[in-house]
Design a protein. Structure first.
Length: 256
């Protein structure tokens, strides 16, 4: 069991951020004095280094993040197999979950133009991710952060599936995540920002969720911005083949 003050590679654990089924997230700082970067990181530490599944997921996330070079995607700084730990970029700022909560309190504005700009940035980031042969598969309000300067960052490619508040139809059928899945998740995220609530509920194993007609839930978005409602209807198509063929087409339609 790790504790604050423990050393993991060159880093010292400072604060437990989140406990997960296979690993924990810690805020950590470089233990040695000096100017070497990064000073602060997030460490994902497996509960047991002998847990092949946990170690495989850490390695998979490390390889995926190293394949993507874009400021809108969290960097992987190192993989410490002996400690069962993955060092990730510490992203200052707040998650979109926090942004939406502050909007509900009147602290920030989440209007349609702001959401469209955010969607363009996320679609552009996904285009880079997919171009590198990587799929996020867990895109949601919790896995998108805004830096203090407003730049969006995709994080947490290894979020447990049960943390998703909305589940793509293909997950209901036991299919793996694809680029089309990320498009569906982005559409659900955007609708959530505009409506203030998740587009639709449901978990893996609920057979009705993936077959719902989107026209009803999207009516609120269409009322706010008809072009965006039309775009989201295609992004959220039940059949992945009916969605946009790639992220670039989403961007072009948003800019039209």
């Amino acid at each position: 069991m790790n504790r604050p003050g423990d050393r993991v590679g060159p880093f010292e654990l400072k604060e437990l951020i989140a406990a997960r089924p296979l690993s924990n997230l810690w805020r950590a700082e470089r233990a040695e004095a000096g100017s070497r970067e990064p000073r602060s990181v997030v460490l994902r530490i497996a509960h047991h280094t002998m847990d092949s599944r946990a170690m495989s997921e850490l390695r998979k996330e490390y390889d995926a993040l190293r394949a993507v070079q874009d400021p809108r995607v969290r960097k992987a700084h190192g993989f410490y197999a002996g400690f069962g730990a993955l060092a990730l970029e510490f992203v200052d700022g707040m998650s979109l979950t926090s942004v939406l909560a502050r909007a509900a309190e009147g602290g920030v504005s989440v209007d349609v133009p702001t959401v469209v700009d955010l969607t363009l940035e996320l679609a552009g980031a996904l285009r880079v991710v997919h171009g590198a042969g990587v799929v996020h598969g867990r895109l949601c309000l919790d896995t998108v952060r805004l830096r203090p300067d407003g730049e969006v960052v995709l994080t947490d490619f290894a979020l447990p599936l049960e943390r998703l508040s909305v589940v793509p139809p293909e997950f209901k059928q036991g299919q793996p995540a694809t680029a089309a899945t990320d498009q569906w998740l982005l559409g659900a995220l955007v609708a959530n920002l505009i409506l203030g609530v998740p587009l639709l509920g449901g978990r893996v194993g609920d057979p009705t969720d993936g077959r719902r007609d989107m026209r009803g839930p999207l009516a609120g978005v269409t009322a706010e911005c008809p072009p965006l409602g039309r775009i989201l209807a295609r992004m959220l198509a039940r059949d992945p083949r009916d969605r946009y063929p790639d992220d670039g087409m989403v961007v072009l339609d948003l800019l039209a």
